[in-house]
Design a protein around this ligand. Structure first.
Ligand code: SAH
Ligand code: DHB
Ligand code: MG
Length: 225
């Protein structure tokens, strides 16, 4: 009943504000055909990522957790001219599906998919000594979210935006008795975030076609390094 209502409202909103789009629609279709889990952001959430990116005028984006590249396409489309997105994916099969979807969206020239566990790719990204990222979207496995956040901070500058997906987990984040490792990962993340003087952050719960979850929105307001 409740999930049906959330799904119906998401359809109402998406029908009006998120028009069908050949590249995004085929990215979802190809991902499903390849058997990838349907844990991409919803279309209206993808558009929110796109608008966050536009508003922050990002030229460099870091994404942790690519899946089939659905959120990647939304983010990369909002890059300023000449911008670049780097996305990290542990599963080589997911990465292959994503690369095809990204190419079909005409974004292959500005998106780099790095295959491997993110905690191995992040140090190599730092070693490249390129410009910091203007916006980071953290959406991979949930247990090491604190580590991903700490790395994002290292790779940020004053004013950078960091968005973290799936921080509510059906409300279980607020249950101190939960022993779900993903929930414990998010609770550990919130403790660290509360103590992190270099960022200002909020969190918002969401309901919709993907259930009840939420995201953190953080801005780097202090020295990031
Ligand atoms: N951002 C995507 C969804 C990502 S789902 C979207 O909204 O469209 C999470 C992804 O993180 C999966 O593809 C999973 O394979 C990947 N992942 C899991 N553990 C990882 C790790 N340690 N390093 C990098 N990616 C990982
Ligand atoms: C899961 C991961 C996600 O990134 C998401 O948006 C929803 C679910 C998961 O691992 O269950
Ligand atoms: Mg997610």
């Amino acid at each position: 009943m409740t999930q049906q209502l959330w799904t119906d409202v998401d359809r109402y909103l998406t029908d009006r504000l998120v028009p069908p789009d050949a590249a995004l629609d085929s990215a979802l279709r190809e991902s499903a055909d390849a058997g990838l889990p349907e844990i991409n952001v919803a279309p209206n959430q993808g558009k929110l990522l796109y608008l966050f990116t536009l508003a922050s005028r990002a030229t460099r984006i870091l994404e942790i957790g690519t899946l089939g590249g659905y959120s990647t396409i939304w983010l990369a489309r909002a890059l300023q001219p000449g911008g670049k997105l780097v996305t990290l994916e542990a599963d080589a099969r997911h990465a292959r599906v994503a690369e095809a979807n990204i190419a079909r969206a005409g974004l292959a020239d500005r998106v780099e998919v790095i295959v491997g566990p993110a905690l191995e790719s992040l140090p190599s990204l730092e070693a490249r000594a390129e410009a910091p990222f203007d916006l980071t979207f953290i959406d991979a496995d949930k247990v090491p979210t604190v580590e991903y956040f700490t790395w994002s901070l290292r790779l940020s500058h004053l004013g950078s935006v960091i968005v973290v997906d799936n921080v509510v987990r059906g409300g279980r984040v607020a249950d101190p008795a939960s022993d779900d490792p993903s929930v414990l990962g998010m609770r550990r993340f919130f403790e660290a975030l509360a103590d992190e003087a270099r960022v200002m952050a909020t969190a918002v719960q969401t309901v919709g076609s993907k259930g009840h979850d939420g995201f953190v929105f953080a801005v780097v307001t202090g020295e990031a390094n």
